[in-house]
Design a protein around this ligand. Structure first.
Ligand code: BGC
Length: 462
């Protein structure tokens, strides 16, 4: 089946799945843009409003708090009301949040709208991966799901560039408010897209599911996929949402989901994404050079995600994760070393830069996309929204902890020690991946679910 599907002559309009995935991935663009825009904008917000260090930090972290709530609520809601409906609601939240934050007359209003934006970002992280994964044919599911991470990285890069463009006039309102544009496109695009065939079957709406599948698969493929979905659906308990997650056969996957989500943050990615200019400047590079270097990091992040898209369905999820983690251990080791010998200044800024680039490249080709690709894959149909949501929630809590702890920790034990601790966490993450995480490449969502139950003949598409 994979062969026929990959050849593209499998009937239906194969290109439509790319449209579906790309529109939904706009949720990722907003995720990246809204999280990335604040570091640059903050410089000028400080001029407009009187900010103490607490308020400054809270403007950044208020979005993360909103995201924790958004991820927690939206996943379970989407099991009941559909992925598409809740993504539409998030698009409205994104639009209102962008305009509100852009026009905010005072700090309290700004923080209120940053929390609202966070609700959108959290929901997008919990829903878009499931929406894409459930819509995708097996053989390209990895690549299509990686579009979400690609959009996140493009969003971060756009934020860096827009900030740089408006920095000359010292404006933060336009960079913050401009996010309304992708929000509106997401709303209009999603309005015209269907819900996922898998969610439709789970609600007994088989005729609609068949129609959706027939748009991108041949009649025979659509019927086979429908049968598989129906079969796993019949085996599942009636209940959807958080209760399903506690079923004994689902619990180990909850550990895998939450483990992957927490490790994706504890390896330290956002110390680089949020503090890159600070880290680079501390090596002695000039202001302009460090802004350029930050944009360079954004570009490498995007490019290496494209590499992930090209190889993810060929090399397998686990090997890619392990190779990426190895690269991160090496680069964090280099970064720690560079700061330990910072008295040798000249060369050190270059060594730091190379370390940062290698680190970003290793993350972008592995853990960045793979978390969002694998979360929906490892949870069964009825608990996919809540399982992905709870894992995404853990990801945001971990993100919050790292963002808060980084600068104080650097003050306490020094940069080198912090980077070496992060390298140690990458090693533990690699052990977790090696021993606990199942390989999901090349298997349909239904096969993965049947394997989880230990019921190997439950599906036909082998
Ligand atoms: C992570 C974000 C991170 C981004 C960087 C995402 O997968 O969840 O926390 O900022 O990748 O590209």
């Amino acid at each position: 089946m994979a062969q026929a599907a990959a050849s593209g002559d499998s009937g239906g309009n194969r290109r439509f799945v790319y449209v579906v995935a790309s529109v939904a991935a706009l949720g990722g663009l907003l995720f990246g843009y809204d999280t990335g825009v604040i570091s640059g904008a903050l410089l000028f917000i400080k001029d407009d409003f009187q900010l103490n260090p607490f308020l400054e930090g809270f403007i950044v972290s208020s979005l993360l708090l909103g995201a924790v709530i958004g991820a927690g609520v939206s996943g379970a809601l989407s099991d009941r009301l559909g992925r598409r409906t809740i993504i539409l609601v998030s698009a409205i939240i994104f639009a209102v949040g962008a305009i509100g934050a852009g026009l905010a007359p005072n700090v309290t209003t700004l923080i209120f709208f940053r929390i609202l934006l966070g609700l959108g970002v959290g929901s997008a992280s919990a829903l878009v991966p499931s929406y894409i994964s459930e819509s995708a044919p097996t053989d390209v599911r990895g690549s299509l799901s990686t579009l979400f991470q690609l959009a996140i990285t493009i969003g971060i890069l756009l934020a860096y560039l827009v900030n740089a463009a408006f920095a000359t006039v010292g404006d933060w309102r336009w960079p913050v408010g401009l996010a309304v544009i992708p929000a509106l496109i997401l709303f209009v695009g999603m309005y015209f897209l269907p819900d996922t065939p898998r969610w439709l079957v789970s609600k007994g709406r088989e005729e609609e599911a068949r129609r959706v599948l027939r748009r991108t698969r041949s009649e025979e493929e659509a019927e086979r996929e429908l049968n598989d979905i129906r079969r796993v659906e019949e085996e599942e308990e009636e209940q959807a949402g958080y209760r399903e997650l506690l079923a004994p056969w689902v619990r180990p996957m909850l550990v895998v989901g939450i483990g992957l989500a927490v490790f994706q943050q504890f390896v330290g990615i956002n110390t680089v994404i949020y503090y890159a200019p600070t880290i680079i400047k501390s090596t002695g590079l000039e202001d302009v050079a460090s802004v350029l270097a930050t944009v360079g990091i954004g570009v490498v992040n995007v490019l290496m995600t494209v590499v992930a898209i090209l190889i993810i369905d060929r090399v397998g999820r686990k090997p890619l994760l392990l190779v990426g983690l190895a690269g991160m251990v090496i680069s964090l080791g280099i970064l720690g070393g560079a700061f330990a010998f910072s008295s040798l200044s000249g060369i050190i800024s270059w060594v730091t830069l190379i370390g940062l680039m290698l680190y970003i490249a290793s993350f972008a080709v592995s853990f960045g996309p793979l978390l969002w690709v694998m979360l929906p894959e490892i949870f069964p149909l009825n608990a996919r929204g809540s399982g992905t949501g709870l894992s995404a929630l853990s990801n945001w809590v971990a993100n919050f902890i790292v963002a808060q702890a980084f600068l104080p920790l650097v003050g306490l034990i020094g940069r080198s020690a912090v980077f070496w601790i992060l390298a140690g966490i990458c090693i533990i993450a690699a052990l977790f991946v090696y021993f606990m995480v199942p390989e999901t490449r090349g298997r349909s969502l239904e096969q993965i679910e049947a394997d989880l139950r230990g019921d190997r003949e439950a599906t036909a598409t082998t």
